[in-house]
Design a protein. Structure first.
Length: 171
């Protein structure tokens, strides 16, 4: 099941990348802040990282996007668990005015490579898994700045993410 999801997302990313030659797109890069929710918030502290995104217009208001990032979550004193994630996702944005301008809503689907490391009685143990991810989001695009807020659903590692990115190209 997980392999099929990974292959489907990889196929979608390749297809979207191939269509990028038909539409002029824009890259953005920026820091991310992640606030763990639920049980994940009980064992992990705030997450910090960065992401790179490519975004291309489909029509006047609708854009597709592909995002790759890295997040590392701080440890909570009681648990000593170190968690990091590499999200790889693709999705769409709907701009309420026109592409690359103003408020938007969107969603991304993909997978997260989640690595956990714990120190127990002086012995270190680690594990790595690939989990499905879904992220509804809202944001605002202002000239060369993109500000986004999303709720990232990742199996048992959900978080609220904030992204502030510099957008290359455009006006």
């Amino acid at each position: 099941m997980k392999l099929k999801t990974i292959l489907l997302v990889a196929f979608a990313l390749v297809t979207l990348s191939a269509t990028s030659s038909l539409a002029q797109g824009r890259f953005s890069v920026g820091p991310e802040l992640a606030l763990p929710m639920g049980d994940f918030g009980d064992v992990s502290g705030v997450g910090f990282g960065a992401s790179v995104r490519y975004e291309g217009a489909i029509n006047e208001n609708l854009n597709w996007m592909g995002t790759v990032g890295f997040l590392t979550f701080s440890e909570k004193d009681d648990f000593g668990v170190k968690i990091s994630q590499i999200p790889i996702q693709a999705g769409i944005k709907y701009y309420f005015t026109e592409s690359y301008s103003g408020f938007y809503a969107g969603a991304e689907l993909g997978f997260h490579i989640v690595k956990a490391k714990v120190d127990v009685f002086g012995e270190s143990m680690s594990t790595s898994e690939t989990e499905f991810g879904f992220a509804p989001q809202v944001g605002y695009h202002l000239a060369n700045i993109d500000i986004a807020l999303r709720y990232q659903i990742v199996s048992d590692a959900d978080y609220v993410g904030v992204r502030l990115a510099y957008v290359f190209g455009g006006e």
